[in-house]
Design a protein around this ligand. Structure first.
Ligand code: NOJ
Ligand code: CA
Length: 543
């Protein structure tokens, strides 16, 4: 049974109104990441789909986000959660069809929401017709669109797969082919012009259906060293991403021309945007992907990858403001996604992790730029324990179980706290990943009734962010004092401070103005100051 929610939007942000072109909406948009397979199941087969998502659009509008990014919806070989695409200009029958996507976009527009799709240009599925043709005939045109090497005892070089093991596998006839991810994800050869031309067609196909842009998978990939030289170091990405030790596989200079080409296509369609996944250790290099003639944004994963530590968070915020500021791009803030353990669990689990996740939400929603919220984080979902036999992630399987994999952050959403959790209609098949029995406690229906819930906090924060331009689109200065992190957001009409206590003692924060929002009911306000307990945050106006 669907949870019924009133559709109220208090946003002062530009709305999606046909015929109007709000200026650069993406600079401060709150983007909600929908893991399609896990969001809402419309037809009862246990798999989330476009009809299910469409039925839940009123929830997203009520929540107060500006746009949604949908993880890959294409026909896929199923080897990597949809990131192994068989047909780039179609919809996987598990999710519906192109007409469903069009209906979703049009309903979303009516509610003032934009739809951003995922596009995967670094690799296709091994079931893609090009790769199948290339396996059947080494001399066909399609073979030139991948990286093949002649049969030999050893692989052509020392390149490693991100999912474990060598990045080269053999074809049945003994050739080698390159896959920087799973063997079922052969890397495309972007030096073959047919590849670029086909992606042009793909972008236009979806833009013509009214989508507002694309999240670009592995945007730091595509080109590899033309001489296939060994990487200088072993595969050991730093906390923040890949560095010079993998100089031959990532971040080749030619890739920037692809983003210029894609930008010029997007520029033909008003109000569209590109956001790139660029997992490089050097944030200044990441920011180069969002120069004015390239993508509009490239994700800042610093906070996603930072421990709960004042200096780490302060640096995560400041370094991103600096790097993206230098190229004139907004920062796209990420605290959670489908590749990383849920934040409640990362920040310590249970009540502690939840308190920290609440405080962190106030931090990211105060910052200038574009926050990306991962579906379920607004409910405070923890990392689910998925039994090994139910796990699907190739990271788990290729590491022989040594790495837990990403299934635990991809478990379906709990919508109701009655008759199951309402992910699927009554009497439906089992969900594609098991939902923990106790997840009814996180259900949307329950949290909407609870004024102290994580969902209520997110909704209030989003409404305030929309109503106060100092939040999300101001000049921000970052400072620390002991374990207290302060971001001062100075807009044209007011200043709002976000103060976050990451230490173990309550601190007294001077407050000449008023409390706009607190992450916890334990935050106490008295004349001229606020008592901020550990792991809490507050928004303060200076009036
Ligand atoms: C990044 C995506 O977020 C991840 O889920 C996927 O496994 C890899 N790219 C490969 O496409
Ligand atoms: Ca379904």
């Amino acid at each position: 049974m669907a949870t019924r929610l009133a559709t109220v939007r208090t946003s002062s942000r530009p709305q999606v109104t046909p015929g109007q072109a709000p200026a650069e909406w993406w600079r401060s948009a709150v983007v909600y990441q929908v893991y399609l397979r896990s969001f809402a199941d419309g037809n009862g087969d246990g798999i989330g789909d476009l009809a299910g998502l469409r039925s839940r659009l009123p929830y997203l509008s009520w929540l107060g986000v500006d746009a949604l990014w949908i993880n890959p919806h294409y026909p896929s070989g199923g080897a990597d959660g949809g990131y192994d695409i068989v047909d780039y200009r179609a919809v996987d029958p598990d999710y519906g069809d192109v007409a469903d996507l069009e209906a979703l976009v049009s309903d979303a527009r009516r509610l003032g929401l934009r739809v951003v799709l995922d596009v995967v240009p670094n690799h296709s599925s091994d079931q893609h017709p090009w790769f199948r043709a290339a396996l059947a005939d080494p001399d066909c045109a399609e073979a030139g669109r991948y990286h093949f090497a002649p049969p030999s005892e050893e692989p052509p070089n020392n390149w490693q797969s991100l999912f474990g093991g060598p990045a080269w596998s053999r074809t049945p006839d003994g050739r080698w082919y390159l896959h920087l991810f799973a063997p079922a994800q052969p890397d495309l050869n972007w030096r073959d012009p047919a590849v670029a031309e086909d992606f042009d067609r793909t972008l236009r196909f979806w833009l013509d259906r009214g989508v507002s842009g694309f999240r670009v998978d592995v945007a730091y990939g595509l080109f590899k060293d033309a001489g296939l030289r060994d990487n200088p170091g072993s595969y050991s990405p730093t906390l923040f991403g890949h560095g010079p030790e993998q100089a031959m596989t990532w971040n080749q200079p030619e890739v920037h021309d692809v983003w210029r080409r894609w930008r010029s296509i997007c520029d033909e369609y008003p109000d569209t945007m590109l956001v790139g996944e660029v997992c490089l250790a050097d944030l200044e290099q990441v920011a180069l992907y969002s120069r004015p003639d390239e993508m509009h944004q490239s994700f800042s994963f610093r906070l996603l990858k930072s421990p709960w530590d004042t200096a780490a968070f302060a640096d995560g915020v400041q370094s991103a403001l600096d790097a993206f500021g230098a190229v004139g791009a907004p920062v796209s803030w990420v605290l959670g996604n489908h590749d990383k353990d849920r934040q409640v669990t990362r920040f310590g689990g249970g009540a502690l992790g939840t308190a920290r996740a609440r405080a962190a939400a106030l931090l990211v929603l105060s910052l200038p730029g574009s926050p990306y919220l991962y579906a379920g984080d607004e409910l405070g979902l923890p990392q689910a324990v998925v039994p090994d036999e139910a796990k699907l992630d190739p990271i788990f399987h290729r590491s022989g179980g040594a790495r837990a994999g990403r299934d635990g952050c991809r478990v379906p959403m709990p919508w109701n706290d009655t008759d199951g959790v309402g992910f699927s209609p009554d009497g439906a098949a089992d969900p594609w990943l098991p939902i923990p029995a106790e997840w009814d406690r996180y259900a949307v229906s329950r949290q909407t009734r609870d004024g102290a819930s994580m969902l209520t906090l997110y909704r209030r924060a989003l409404a305030l962010r929309a109503a106060h331009p100092a939040l999300g689109s101001a000049e921000a200065t970052v400072s620390t004092s002991g374990d207290v992190l302060t971001v001062r957001c100075t807009g044209a009409d007011e200043t709002v401070r976000c103060v976050l206590n990451m230490g173990t003692e309550t601190v007294l924060v001077p407050n000449p103005g008023s409390v706009l929002l607190a992450s916890s009911t334990h935050v106490r306000s008295s004349a001229g100051s606020v008592a901020l307990p550990p792991d809490t945050a507050v928004w303060l106006t200076e009036d």
